[in-house]
Structure formats: structure tokens, C-alpha cells
Design a protein around this ligand. Sequence first.
Ligand code: GLN
Length: 281
Amino acid sequence: MTYKTLLRHAEKEIEKSGLELEVAKFLLMHFSNKTAAQFYLDFESEVDSKIEASFLKALEDYTKRFVPMQHIMGYQTFYGYDFIVNNDVLIPRRETEELVENVLYFYDDYFKGQQVDVVDIGTGSGCIAVTLSKEEDKMTVYASDISDKALEVAKKNNEKLGGNVSFRQGDLLKPFQGMKFDIIVSNPPYIPSSEDVEKIVLLHEPNIALFGGDTGLIFYERILKDALNYLKPNGLIAFEHAYDKNEEIKALVNHYISGAKITQIKDLSGKDRMTFIKVGE
Ligand code: GLN
């Protein structure tokens, strides 16, 4: 079969399962080890039979067993870095790249040039912590997760990508008792427990990384309740959250941290997605 025929075949199979058509192209590029440009140049040429076999097996994992493309390939690119992923961690999402980007902007605004201590709560694959440590030399980055298995993945990513993150196992901020940070960042589990989640997510991503209690707000509340004990006087808290929780998050902030300056930012698809909380001056 040619690349073109194989791609069309795969797209039909994916369509039947109601999944994402573009995954066909990404998987075929992955197994044939081609860039997008090369892939289209070779569009009418024959696919090597070994490549075809591996691709068809992967296609079946995707369409029949709902295995995410990132688990088949073993990684997800985030902020230009390839993060190892498996079913012990949430697959890094686009929106979270925007969270990282905004943390870097806020750093420039409030702390530029200064050495800062940063902590990422519930680090999962380590995508936030490792990226921050790669992108800003002045950040000393710490990260926690309650899951030992997630931390194994995060540590591998830190090593592989040359990050400089210190990891600790434990519940939210607890592993850092006695420490004070300039920036606390978190993308905690935020799906309400009763909400329907796509099969591809529910079957293969860890439930503890997805659900945030009845309202989806439990982790924000727990972090905010404790935050001032772990934040320096002019610190910043940065959250990613669900698109429909702007007001609830604001109310929680006002309840636990009075007088803070709150900035809420939309993601690139125009949805409310991030809240930045600056205490002090
Ligand atoms: N902080 C990690 C991420 O952004 C994990 C988030 C989670 O598991 N809820 O990918």
C-alpha cells in the first residue's frame, strides 16, 4: 500500500470509532519516522511492510482499545520538549503550555532578574516544573505529587530533558513544611466527579489526576487554605482550572487570602482557564 492509501484506510477506521482523524497522520509519521514535509513528498510511494504492520497494530490499539496516541508513541511534546508519558500521569495538554507561558510573563513582571523559589503542586509528568526550570535559570523549582508512580515519570523527564527540579512525594504543599516560595503553581485535578469523561481519557489516564471532588474545586480550596504558610510576602499563585469556574475560584481566593490582586486569563480557545493571585505589594 502507498502512504496515501494507508492513511485513507486508517482515517476510515478512526471515523467509525468516532475518534480524531488527524491521529492517523501522526501515527503514520511516527512509525515511518518522517517529518510532515517528507511524509507528503513520499505520499504516493509504497510503505515498508514492517512499518505498515506496526502502524496497523497501533491503529487497532487506538480505535479498538482507545489507547491514546501519546501512549502508543510514548511521549507528548510540551513547550517544545518531549515528555515521557504512560498511564501513571496525565498527558500534558495545550492549555497547560499557556499556564507555563503566563507564569514566565508574571515572573518577568514581578520578579525579573531575581532568583525565585517555585513549587509545582501535583506535578504529574513534571511538564510544568521541568519546563519552568529549563526556560528560566533564575527559578529554583520544586515539585510534589502524591503518586510515587507519577514521580518516577517526572524524575525521568527531568533527567532526560536536563531540568533541575527537586521532587518530593506527598500531599499538595505538605512535603514542603517550613519552606517559603515566591511562586506556587498548580494544574490540579479539576473535573467534577459526576462529569462524563471521554473513554480515551477515562480508560488510560489516572483517575486521581482527573477528578477534583463533587465540584471539581477541592484541590484549589485545600491549596489556598494553606498557601500563605508557604508563600513569601510578595508571592504569586498560578492556577489552571475549568472554563466555568472563574467566579468560584475568585470567591475562594477572597475567602482565604484577602486583599490579593487577582488576574484571570483565557486560553487560546477563548475559555476562562487561568487565575493568577498576587499577594503583597
Ligand atoms: N500538573 C500536571 C500537568 O499539568 C498534572 C496535572 C494533573 O495530573 N491533574 O499535566
